[in-house]
Ligand binder design. Sequence first.
Ligand SMILES: Nc1ncnc2c1ncn2[C@@H]1O[C@H](COP(=O)(O)OP(=O)(O)O)[C@@H](O)[C@H]1O
Ligand SMILES: [Mg+2]
Length: 366
Amino acid sequence: MNLTLVNKIAVKLLALIALALVASTLIFLVLAHNFSFKFLSDPSRYTGNFVAKYNIVMLLIFLLSILVFIAIFMIPVNRKLGYLHYITQEVRRIAEQNNLGLVVEIRGKDELAELGLSINAMSQELQKNFEREREAERTKSELITNLSHDLRSPLTSIIGYLDLIKGKKFKTEGEFNDYLDTIHSKSQKLKGLIDELFEYTKLSHPGFKLDYQKIEFSGLLEQIIGEYLPVLDGEGLTISKKLPQEDVEAEIDVEKIVRVLTNLLENAAKYSVKPSQIEILLTKKADKVRMSILNEVEHLPAQPPEKLFARFYKEDYARTEDGSSGLGLAIAQKIVELHGGSIWAIYLDKAVEFSLELPLAAHPRP
Ligand SMILES: Nc1ncnc2c1ncn2[C@@H]1O[C@H](COP(=O)(O)OP(=O)(O)O)[C@@H](O)[C@H]1O
Ligand SMILES: [Mg+2]
């Protein structure tokens, strides 16, 4: 709040003193004048102790004007003091548990009202922090629960196969090699899961900083697609891509964005109908770049699109996938949001489209 001069307490007090002074003086002058005029103009009263009587009445008039002065001064001041007292009590209440977020009533426009506004801002900020912390606590325990479950299943199967090998419970060398293969793939899965989890935790850390670099976005995208072409080809997938003619210079954390693009491409490959075509479209806008990737699916996911970005969320058809942690899109979303961009999915008729938008210039961390 910008305080104007007339709203300052000091100015108001001065004005009040002046007003009280003028009023009390006026009252004194009027009463004293009237009384003196009446009293002195009647010679019949000039008897005995008339001087003493005159002085007493004048003293009373003087006291009355002082009372008027005090009354005019004290009534507004008392109101302000009452407000101060109210604020003190409310602050005490806010400090008690469960009262965070409580606001004080704002009266007037002076420094006290400003104090009230600051207290309200503080109270609401405290409440937000408190809730954020509670949410972080809840998220952490949820993460641990999900994680224990996801880590246990590959580990259980690794131990199971190792027991079989230890107890020499295989008949042929082929069977022995099958066990080894399973142990190997489950270990890989476990490592992948731990890596993703580590990445997710790192990105969630409040002090995490992106490592911005300037890069030409279409070139980067083409390179990633190029690396995946042989894999996609083997699975009967083709890619149709539309990239802009002009260069798309963007300031991004290249390593992290590569992770996002790779995950989107891997998902499209993993979850699309085979054979089919994956469509990639890149467009440059005034201050951002937008990429979308579309693949055909047998059935649309059962949950709404936002849900796909939730940690550990996997559709039933993905549960059996070995490389599936359910963290890929959650990580992608974190990375894109750290860049100040957004990522979303929409369901079309028998197809899923993921889009992301990134600002072209580095985004200052909030
Ligand atoms: N391109 C896609 N087409 C269809 N479903 C998808 C696609 N991408 C993601 N999904 C669904 O969203 C879920 C979450 O994806 P993600 O977070 O990358 O985890 P993951 O790939 O490890 O399962 C997947 O399990 C899948 O059910
Ligand atoms: Mg994935």
